[in-house]
Design a protein around this ligand. Structure first.
Ligand SMILES: [Zn+2]
Length: 299
């Protein structure tokens, strides 16, 4: 599907803001040279008010453009956001992973998703929201800092990283938000504190329909050989005990009125690779429903 793809560098339009000195070099460069043979270089990026730098590559297949930006630039929390623009009109989806550093399936999946080709609209991916948590494989890092409890509804985010994530979301202005997580247990199992195999979602019609289709596909084609309690379900987050929890999914649905969901695959008896595959399939299916990318995954 990736074929041999010739790529060329496209320079980001650099606008100096308030006489800020433009820097070029490897600041914020991921420089991991991905498997597509894509060449990446760092071009001069305007130092914007929130200290992000941008790089951009353009693929020769169609007009698809991939841009990267960093948030928390120059700090230990520095992390990259990927923006894939199809060149065709359509909605913008924002997919996040790595909010919790011990939930590897989410950021593994997100790291694959950020390399996807799309058909319409825009796909924005933040694979590792809390990159230090990911590095330490901890839900909270620094200790006691749960990033997904820093987004109170109706109030500004409560630390610098959460503020930077929120500011980026405001800039990309997505029509759809998906946050990728995993849980130790299963929501519907008696005496189980876990929330796995559930998609917490907003009540927007578009998200209900698309999540329902994704869940059905997962249950039919992927969650096979498990007890029925393993079947994915979806739940309006506003009707759960997490109604007002300062999670990003709540802030997105309540403050921005954006169709939003938080995906929870279980860690119980499902190996990380399988979790990541189910996670990718979920996103593949939702993006298909939204017309951003026709489904490319199977099995
Ligand atoms: Zn989580």
């Amino acid at each position: 599907m990736n074929g041999s793809r010739r790529t060329f560098l496209s320079t980001v339009g650099s606008v100096s803001v308030g006489g800020t000195v433009l820097l070029s070099g490897c600041a914020g460069s991921d420089s991991d040279g991905d498997a597509n043979g894509r060449t990446t270089d760092v071009s001069s990026g305007a130092e914007s008010a929130d200290s992000t730098a941008t790089t951009e590559t353009t693929t020769a297949t169609g007009k698809q453009t991939v841009s990267t930006a960093t948030i928390r630039d120059g700090t230990e929390q520095e992390t990259t956001i990927y923006e894939i623009r199809s060149g065709s009109p359509g909605p913008t989806a924002f997919v996040g992973g790595g909010m919790h550093g011990n939930e590897e399936s989410g950021y593994w999946a997100a790291d694959a998703i950020r390399k996807w080709d799309i058909d319409a609209g825009t796909l924005v991916v933040l694979p590792k929201a809390n990159v230090r948590g990911v590095r330490h494989e901890r839900r909270e890092w620094p200790p006691g800092m749960d990033l997904n409890r820093k987004f109170p509804i109706g109030e500004p985010p409560t630390n610098a990283l959460a503020k930077a994530v929120w500011r980026a979301i405001e800039e990309y202005d997505p029509d759809l938000f998906i946050d990728l997580h995993s849980s130790k247990g299963i929501l519907r199992r008696e005496g189980d504190e876990g929330v796995g195999q559930n998609v917490f979602r907003s009540k927007h019609d578009e998200i209900v329909t698309s999540v329902d289709a994704a869940v059905e596909r997962l249950n039919d084609e992927y969650v096979t050989g498990y007890e029925p309690v393993y079947d994915f379900v979806h739940t309006p987050v506003s009707e759960t005990k997490y109604d007002t929890t300062p999670m990003l999914v709540n802030k997105m649905r309540a403050d921005r009125d954006v169709p939003s969901c938080l995906f929870e695959v279980t860690q119980d008896d499902v190996k990380p690779e399988k979790r990541a595959r189910w996670t990718r399939t979920f996103v593949d299916s939702v993006l298909d429903s939204w017309g951003i990318r026709s489904s490319r995954l199977n099995g």
